[in-house]
Design a protein around this ligand. Structure first.
Ligand SMILES: [Cu+2]
Length: 372
């Protein structure tokens, strides 16, 4: 008969050590790994490279920051497609009726750079709503995004139920659902509309558009020979994926657009010496205050946040800080022929993924002034 020569203390030590390792093996992952996430929360989410990931990050935050899954794109706009097209209303019993539809699209911000974006009516920015003070408007919104959404009419006096903040004044419009907004415009000037549900993600991915309201008495509006609306936006595109740009580690933007295009794909304003242009700057972006600067001499600031300033309050400047949500109308006069720049004065915002193309990038556009 063989007899084990193991002692009781030895047996106790091996058993105890094994038990301790078993407990450590179960406890350690809970200390270094995010055990609160389930596959249901995160599914196939793709997170921005370099994003700070900690073990207390909830799945909801990851959904907010994740890339737009390329498989969700339902429409690819042509390279030449532009946004901000006037939306023509139907008139029903004196009411101007508009239709907005959200969807996931692929959009060219440069001929060789496309983003996967959230869009109103398949364009970025969304279509322009051009109204007149006193108009009654009805806007049918259909949501074909993979997530809920709402629309907010930024700066407008509206009934509370028409204001748009999701889960606060209305139930968010579910995927496949619709909501109808109706109000009478009581103001005039430069306004915009944007999503008010998961704004951090949805507006950053493209859900915004201009709302321009003419005054009832056009004599009150500051005059200019030309007019141009400038809507700002920030994008994060890496390794073929588009993430909503946010002002935090790992999610800072690397592309910047005026009306959905980065320079040199931005439009050029054409005018003659002696003529004036009214530039309507809209802070439709989510993160940065953009110091927008115009070359070739000062402009006059004539309106702020839609409100026309009295003559005595108007002032001359060559740079105006356009913060998220703000609007500035400025009138600039062409004094000399040539190519004059409109650009953000944070130089990184005038580059495309940190490179200059044709002398600039991002938040840059030209005014081409011909001899008078
Ligand atoms: Cu800027």
């Amino acid at each position: 008969m063989m007899r084990a020569d193991i002692t009781r203390p030895q047996l106790a030590a091996v058993t105890g050590f094994t038990f301790l390792m078993l407990v450590a093996g179960m406890a350690l992952p809970a200390l270094v790994v995010n055990m609160t996430l389930s596959a249901r929360d995160v599914g196939g989410l793709m997170m921005p490279p370099g994003m700070i990931m900690t073990r207390d990050l909830p799945g909801e935050a990851m959904q907010d920051m994740a890339a737009v899954h390329p498989r969700l794109v339902t429409y690819t706009a042509s390279k030449e497609a532009t946004g901000d097209h006037p939306l023509i209303p139907q008139i029903e019993d004196g009411v101007k009726v508009f239709h907005l539809e959200t969807s996931v699209i692929r959009w060219h911000i440069l001929p060789d750079v496309e983003v996967d974006a959230y869009a109103y009516n398949r364009q970025i920015p969304g279509p322009r709503l051009h109204l007149t003070e006193g108009d009654r408007v009805r806007i049918h919104v259909k949501n074909t995004l993979p997530e809920s959404t709402t629309v907010h009419w930024h700066g407008l006096i509206v009934p509370n139920a028409m204001d748009g903040p999701g889960d606060i004044t209305q139930d968010p419009i579910p995927p496949g659902g619709s909501y109808t907004y109706e109000f009478v415009t009581q103001q005039a000037g430069t306004y915009f509309y944007h999503t008010h549900d998961n704004v951090d993600r949805q507006q950053g991915l493209g859900l915004y558009g201009a709302l321009i309201i003419d005054p009832h008495d056009t004599a009150t509006a500051p005059k200019a020979d030309h007019e141009y609306v400038i809507q700002l936006q920030e994008w994060l595109k890496r390794d073929g994926l588009t993430y909503p740009a946010m002002l935090m580690e790992g999610t800072l933007p690397n592309y910047f657009t005026i009306n959905g295009k980065a320079y040199p794909a931005t439009e050029t304003i054409r005018m003659k010496v002696g003529e004036t242009v009214k530039l309507r700057f809209i802070g439709s972006n989510n993160n940065f205050v953009h110091p927008m600067h115009v070359h070739g001499g000062p402009f006059t600031v004539v309106a702020r946040d839609g409100e026309v300033m009295p003559e005595a309050a108007r002032f001359r400047a060559d740079t105006v800080n356009v913060g998220p949500g703000q609007r500035y109308d400025v009138v600039w006069k062409a004094r000399n022929p040539g190519k004059w720049l409109i650009h953000c004065h944070i130089p990184h915002h005038t580059s495309n993924n940190n490179t200059e193309q044709a002398g600039a990038g991002g938040l840059t556009m030209l005014i081409d002034v011909g001899e008078g």
